[in-house]
Design a protein around this ligand. Structure first.
Ligand code: NAD
Length: 464
């Protein structure tokens, strides 16, 4: 048994090393650098998304019970728009940028050029298994890199679809999909890459960063955290509740930017409970188990973790669950102790605690006392509150009036800060992530204006 396992590990490592060596060789030929190659790859990826939409949606349904509409809006459609945005602006993003030179250096010209990094590794998670694998891939290809993509083994149907289709539609000499879990990812992390882009939890983020340090490889870590939704009295709480419920319960709460908990100030705490109950009933009916629009928990391990949190407060709505179906009803908990388990780690499931604080000062102090979240949401009618939240809190992103949609604005960077991650991507920010910005200076040899700076300095007058 031991020998057999050893052989498997060795062959995984050999195969991985071969794949990376092959891609590095491709990169050194210069094949991936021309604009035409980059655009062709993006077009091919776009065609895959539009032509094989049903196969992709089926895989997402198999893995996560996602409805076809949700798969289109949050994964397939999102990616098509990201590709279109990139294709529209790529020429401009890649144009050399002139920089003015100081008078003391004139005559000279200075500019920056973006060059691809080389061969990059993308490791993606299971919760939006298509979006979070392919959105970084769009940036990596647009920047002219070779790419190894490691989809999540926790969403096996989507992983299999990516492994089947990507080498068929993209340049197989430049793009490889490596399927697998911890052993395969560990073998990949032994290799030297020019960038590692990881999306997932902070524990594995630390493993990735430690492995990258051995080769001095830069990393992007797209992690999670507890993203609060501040709700203030005076806001339209019925609409706020609908939007919070929508952002929280899509994909059964398994969304990195979902509101993790409601942080209600003053009287909003009383009112929001009933509004959230109404919103959940409007969207998923009185028995969400029968709604086609409501997803399932990815596996039993997460199901058990989540049901263990249900006793951490008074159940306002929901609480039903069925292990065989991996179903947990959209659940709102009130009277929650801020030190309880449900408030300790990111929930990443359909459980929404309400924490009550007296006012905005207390809300800001509550947020500041915890890890920096990936997103902060606020529902308020007060411009002063908005200004204070912008100035006095830190988070990967901040959105007023709506959760999650900061991701849909292609001009905005997406990424975390502190415990929620490092680095950013989407649109031109993906180009920044997957390129090196090289500085270029061109100073003519004639006239030699630098003569005054050459040594010897003490006898300068004699020389002139
Ligand atoms: P996951 O279990 O799919 O793991 C992510 C990747 O890490 C997978 O490809 C997996 O194979 C690999 N991996 C797992 N264990 C490993 C190990 N020991 N060594 C090397 N690689 C390993 O997904 P997950 O981490 O459960 O994803 C959920 C987390 O990701 C949540 O915290 C969520 O907030 C976060 N997330 C963040 C974003 C974002 O964009 N910032 C998006 C989605 C999810």
């Amino acid at each position: 048994m031991t020998t057999h396992t050893r052989v498997d590990i060795d062959s995984t490592a050999d195969h991985t090393a071969e794949t990376v060596t092959r891609l590095r060789a491709t990169f050194h030929t210069g094949r991936t650098k021309p604009m035409a190659w980059r655009k062709q790859q993006l077009q091919a990826l776009r065609s895959l998304l539009t032509e094989q939409q049903d196969i992709l949606a089926d895989a997402l349904h198999t893995d996560l019970g996602k409805s076809a509409t949700e798969s289109y809006v949050m994964e397939i459609g999102f990616l098509v728009r990201e590709i279109d945005h990139t294709l529209r602006h790529l020429d401009r993003w890649l144009r050399p940028r002139r920089v003015s030179v100081p008078l003391s250096l004139v005559p000279a010209r200075a500019w920056t050029v973006r060059e691809p990094l080389g061969t990059v590794l993308i490791i993606s998670p299971w919760n939006y298994p298509l979006n979070l694998a392919l959105a970084p891939l769009v940036g990596a290809l647009a920047a002219g890199n070779c790419v190894v993509l490691k989809p999540s083994e926790v969403a096996p149907a989507t992983s299999a679809v990516l492994a089947h289709w990507l080498p068929r539609v993209l340049d197989p000499q430049a793009v490889a999909v490596v399927e697998g879990g911890v052993p395969e990812t560990t073998a990949l992390l032994e290799q030297r890459f020019d960038h590692i882009f990881y999306t997932g939890n902070g524990t594995v983020g630390r493993i990735v960063m430690a492995a990258a340090a051995r080769h001095l490889t830069p990393v992007t870590l797209e992690l999670g955290g507890k993203s609060p939704a501040v709700v203030e009295p005076g806001a339209d709480l019925a609409t706020a509740a609908r939007r919070i419920a929508w952002g929280k319960f899509m994909n059964a709460g398994q969304t990195c930017v979902a509101p993790d908990y409601v942080l209600a100030t003053g009287q909003a705490g009383d009112e929001i409970e009933a509004h959230l109950t109404d919103a959940i009933r409007e969207m998923y009916g009185t028995d969400p188990a029968r709604s086609d629009d409501y997803g399932r928990i990815i596996n039993e391990r997460h199901f058990d973790r989540l049901t263990g949190l249900l006793a951490d407060g008074r159940t306002v709505v929901g609480g039903d669950h069925d292990r065989g179906a991996r179903y947990i009803a959209p659940t709102v908990l009130a009277d929650v102790d801020p030190d309880s388990a449900v408030m300790r780690d990111e929930i990443f499931g359909p459980v929404l605690p309400i924490i009550r604080v007296p006012d905005l000062d207390a809300a800001i102090a509550f947020i500041a006392g915890r890890d920096k979240p990936l997103a902060l949401y606020a529902f308020t009618a007060s411009k002063r509150s908005k200004r204070r939240l912008i100035a006095e809190t830190s988070s990967g992103g901040l959105a007023f009036g709506v959760p999650t949609l900061q991701l849909a604005v292609h001009g905005l960077p997406f990424g975390g800060v502190g415990e929620s991650g490092m680095g950013r991507y989407h649109g031109s920010y993906s180009l920044d992530t997957f390129s090196h910005t090289k500085s270029v200076l061109d100073k003519p040899l004639k006239p030699d204006t630098l003569r005054v700076t050459y040594p010897p300095h003490t006898r300068r007058k004699d020389r002139i």
